[in-house]
Ligand binder design. Structure first.
Ligand code: MG
Length: 261
């Protein structure tokens, strides 16, 4: 069932969004060569708790950590580990979620670790552009197909793959509400967008084939061909005045973030 939020509820959601963005920004500053994803996870959890929130992911369906950290060919849902040491040239997609004041914020960014190849940088830039293109379509009267179409055409016109097995989603008092928000689609198809819907738009785009497989740990998703993947996400409210990015802080939704610019 679609959950429609009032203007004051959307206003309240900005608190959760800002804390999620602060967590993501911190994660980006820590994504440097030699760091482990477990260190980043611990720092993010501390920041969210110090800010009066709860890390939404921790314990979600049994997920063991506060961030998802997905390196290189990993697409989403990577589990932080003290064994996962970042190296120069890696990219790392970090997803952070905070629950604050009874609402959830959900956002992700792909960060550069040291110096990244031009090929991978190009993938990240286009994936970020895909997110912006999807958000532009998030207006009342459009459809989910319009969002998916905008993302898919931009990615595929650049020769990249669009992951099919994972999607964006509604966001509210819980992290995953209806509807699913695919990163592919046809213009004019699918659920019609209404004022008061809040959705996470999160393109997952690959350098090669879009096919993925899940690790035996049941969580980590990676590309089958081992090529890099990028992932950018914001939580967006659909309003009469256009899309409003809720995962934003005093520096705005697009950073500047360390890396991934
Ligand atoms: Mg999400």
């Amino acid at each position: 069932m679609l959950q429609i939020k009032s203007a004051s509820e959307i206003q309240q959601m900005k608190g959760a969004g800002a804390l999620s963005k602060a967590a993501l920004r911190l994660a980006g500053t820590l994504a440097v060569p030699g760091a482990t994803t477990a260190q980043i996870d611990a720092a993010v959890e501390q920041l969210i708790r110090d800010g009066g929130g709860k890390p939404t992911f921790k314990g979600y369906s049994g997920f063991p950590a506060s961030i998802c950290s997905s390196i290189n060919a990993q697409v989403v849902h990577g589990i932080p580990s003290s064994e996962a040491v970042l190296a120069d040239g890696d990219i790392i997609s970090i997803d952070t979620g905070a629950t604050y004041g009874g609402w959830v914020g959900d956002n992700a960014w792909t960060f550069f670790v040291g110096t990244v190849s031009d090929e991978v940088k190009g993938l990240c830039e286009v994936t970020r552009d895909c997110l912006e293109a999807g958000i532009r379509e998030a207006v009342p009267g459009n459809t989910l197909g319009d969002i998916g179409y905008a993302i898919q055409t931009l990615a595929e016109n650049n020769g990249y793959g669009v992951v099919r097995g994972y999607t964006g989603h509604g966001v509210g008092r819980v992290m995953h509400e209806d509807p699913a928000v695919p990163n592919y689609g046809k213009r004019g198809r699918g659920v019609r967008l209404q004022k008061g819907m809040v959705i996470a738009i999160e393109p997952m785009i690959t350098l090669g084939s879009y096919e993925t497989r899940t690790w035996p740990n049941g969580w980590t998703v990676q590309t089958v061909d081992g090529k890099a993947a990028a992932h950018y996400e914001n939580t967006v409210a659909i309003t009469a005045d256009g899309p409003v990015i809720l995962t934003s802080d005093e520096r705005g939704p697009w950073c500047p973030m360390q890396g991934g610019e």
